[in-house]
Design a protein around this ligand. Sequence first.
Ligand code: MG
Ligand code: ZN
Length: 372
Amino acid sequence: MKHNIMKTRLGITVLLLVIGFFVSSYSVVCDDNKPKGPEGRAKNVILMIGDGMGITQVSGTMTVSGNKLNMTTTKNIGFARTQSYDNYVTDSAAGGTAIASGKKTRNGMIGMGPDSINVEPITELLRRKKKMSYGLVSTSAVTHATPASFVAHNINRNDYEGIALDFVRYQPDVFIGGGKSNFVKRRDQRNLVKVLENDGYEVVFTMEDLLKVKTEKVAGLLADGHLPRYSEGRDYMLAEATNAALGILSRNDNGFFLMVEGSQIDWGGHDNNPQYVIEETYDFDLAVGVALQFAARDKNTLIIVTADHETGGMALTGGNLEDRSVLASFSTNGHTGVVVPVFSFGPGAENFTGFFDNTEYYVKIKETLRVR
Ligand code: MG
Ligand code: ZN
């Protein structure tokens, strides 16, 4: 007889954040300048992915923020199933591919079906059918699984240099994150930054330079590898880069698609480190605030905030609303198969409510933008 023994990790940590990072130029959006529901028609889409951001990660961050999160200000709430083609528990490659292309694949694979035949991501579809621009912003290397799923096709998510070649090949209008070394310190000795520049890109390596760009094709490679943690020097990079990307992409009258990833919520979960998880979720929510401020001005922008999967099997085992602290424990240092929350705003937001599958973002975005 087979017994399923559940191992529980009793790494309970008291979390008491001293919330210096609440003093921010990216304040939360108050109710009356939020983009309103279904009226208007979606022209732009901002898809925001908190990697590893399950409902517990959001819930803990709500408490620590004093219930001041941007993402929880909508009434349009859904839940997405996350299973991959070959595993109940997805990784970020299969999860990103399902979200980007509406196709389930095997864990580890980017931009292709389980048969290793390439699938077209929503980014390229919208560019081809509607002449929309697209951009990607992440706090990981841009070549990492989540942003890569919106651009590249690779049987192996760890082939970062191969994935960088796809950035050169498909040319997202804007991409901002880390991963510079995958473009310049390559085994094939090619300098892909030079190639990008020859193709009309402005390539920048600092946040300061990013804010000065003049072209409509921009690559911001802000670190050799991944960006540091929010609390270890990244500061407001995600919110600022989101703002910069919106400024560039919104010049296209045909509209744009922007994917913004809070990449490191997942890493806090893998580390079973609630402080890391909650800081990163809060930082991600600041970028949601930037998107909401843009949408409030623009009025034609659909915003979807979700996750590719949950990480850590995180639980809140206690807490205190007054001192804004939570007790957290974790049941794994990997991912879990639980559904993830979906918060959406603006025209078409009501299409992203209820329970649905992670392959349906693609279909729903297509339908909301009336792409045929
Ligand atoms: Mg990721
Ligand atoms: Zn992970």
